[in-house]
Design a protein around this ligand. Structure first.
Ligand code: CA
Length: 218
């Protein structure tokens, strides 16, 4: 899952990037509202963390303009004050959630997982596919009720395919959702991860449509 973090305070931005990457997200940073809006409108992010107080364009304006352009990416706003008027303004402009600074990183992560889950139409954090159970909140996978060790990247690929189950996922879509723009990746890296997932979880879970992409059956 790929996130955009729009935050002008360099220390906080780096902390967020580091924490969220450890959590298995791909993360792009934007340091002002203009850049944030540009990025938000040009890449398929799974969620956005958007600070309200930003140079050039404030978070409200970024949100308003993105929604006016029909960008539907889930947005979590970071507000400096816990005021009802701020919350109402954000919700009216199309924000999906908000946190008041200072916040606990663990709460931010939990809320982002919940936002992404809802945007993929799932109420539960657990996805069951045959004998495989994916617990997105605990970052855990069971095969025949036995835990399977996956790398963060393998987990991200599996989760994305599972949330898109029944739909073909092109290789481009996988790259776009799993890697930030600075990632230097070889052309066959996704194939290698898929091969590893098949070794760990069985050959039939993920199907390849040659030349098109990958699919987990509904
Ligand atoms: Ca700020």
């Amino acid at each position: 899952m790929r996130l955009l973090v729009v935050e002008d305070e360099p220390g906080l931005a780096e902390t967020l990037r580091k924490t969220l990457e450890e959590e298995g997200f791909a993360v792009d940073l934007a340091a002002d509202g203009d850049e944030g809006l540009d990025r938000l409108c040009s890449a398929p992010y799974d969620a956005v963390v958007l600070d309200v107080m930003l140079p050039r364009l404030d978070g409200w304006t970024v949100l308003q303009r993105a929604r006016a352009k029909d960008v539907r990416t889930p947005v979590l706003m970071l507000t400096a004050r816990d005021q009802v008027s701020d919350r109402i303004k954000g919700l009216n402009l199309g924000a999906d959630d908000y946190l008041v600074k200072p916040f606990a990183l663990s709460e931010l992560i939990a809320r982002l997982h919940a936002l992404i889950r809802r945007s993929y139409g799932a109420a539960s954090s657990t996805i069951t596919i045959g004998h495989v159970v994916i617990d997105a909140a605990a970052r855990r996978v069971l095969l025949h009720e036995v835990p399977v060790e996956l790398t963060a990247r393998e987990f991200a690929i599996l989760e994305f395919l599972a949330r898109s189950r029944g739909r073909l996922v092109t290789r481009t879509a996988l790259y776009d959702h799993l890697y930030d723009e600075d990632a230097a990746i070889g052309s066959n890296v996704v194939e290698l991860h898929i091969a590893s997932l098949r070794r760990k979880l069985g050959p039939d879970l993920i199907r390849t449509r040659r030349g098109e992409g990958y699919l987990i059956d509904a």
